[in-house]
Design a protein around this ligand. Structure first.
Ligand code: TMP
Length: 208
């Protein structure tokens, strides 16, 4: 049995990650590929609840402290993620360490310092970057409800994402029709799953 794939969605706020990751999970399960959806921050854990307080109620925390909490929130999920992948379950993940680095580095924290706590996390096999200009994102429903949803800041975040891209990444034009985006992502994901079945590769680790 081949391991599951780790598929990641990244992007600025209101870029359609949640819609597309949910649709992808549904489509993969419908075609017999056992798939789970995960989301970071996972606001259900004790650490996640503190993060939620910071994002929605402006709980006071230093930039460094919240950065480390986002990272800890990923580390607490690692054991289960590894077990799932090894048992053949594909994971579709909505945000991960790249968001951690992009958002904190956009606050002017040192880039290398931002990456350090996430070194050694499981690495995604494919990353879909939902690319939207922050001016277009600002027109979408609900924009501005959380502390990072400010135009100038999102422009900085987007630039930081671009500095971290490698060959595992695909840039998706998030302004396109939702169905078209879904078809494109499903096609690329199925291709990646087929490639893994033909020539299994081990799960990588981030930034080592
Ligand atoms: P969400 O809207 O996808 O739930 O993400 C909540 C916010 O948290 C979003 O503005 C991105 C930000 N974020 C970080 O600053 N660091 C992180 O490590 C993650 C995962 C998200």
């Amino acid at each position: 049995m081949t391991r599951g794939l780790f598929i990641l969605f990244e992007g600025c706020d209101r870029s359609g990650k949640t819609t597309q990751s949910t649709r992808l999970v549904q489509a993969l399960n419908d075609s017999g590929i056992k798939t789970k959806l995960l989301k970071f921050p996972d606001r259900t854990t004790a650490i996640g609840k503190m993060i939620d307080g910071y994002l929605t109620q402006n709980t006071k925390l230093s930039d460094q402290a919240i950065h480390l909490m986002f990272s800890a929130n990923r580390w607490e999920a690692m054991e289960q993620m590894q077990a799932d992948l090894e048992s053949g379950i594909t994971l579709v993940v909505d945000r991960y360490a790249y968001s951690g680095v992009a958002f904190s580095a956009a606050k002017k924290l040192d880039f290398k310092w931002c990456k350090a706590p996430d070194v050694g996390l499981l690495a995604p096999d494919r990353v879909f970057f939902m690319d939207i200009h922050p001016d277009d994102a600002a027109k979408r429903a609900g924009y501005g409800e959380e502390i990072y949803e400010r135009r100038e800041f999102q422009i900085e975040v987007r630039v930081k994402f671009f500095t971290m891209m490698d060959k595992a990444w695909s840039i998706v034009d998030a302004n396109k029709d939702m169905d078209e985006i879904h078809r494109q992502i499903l096609f690329l994901t199925k291709k990646a799953i087929q490639k893994q079945e033909e020539g299994p590769a081990p799960i990588g680790r981030l930034w080592v």
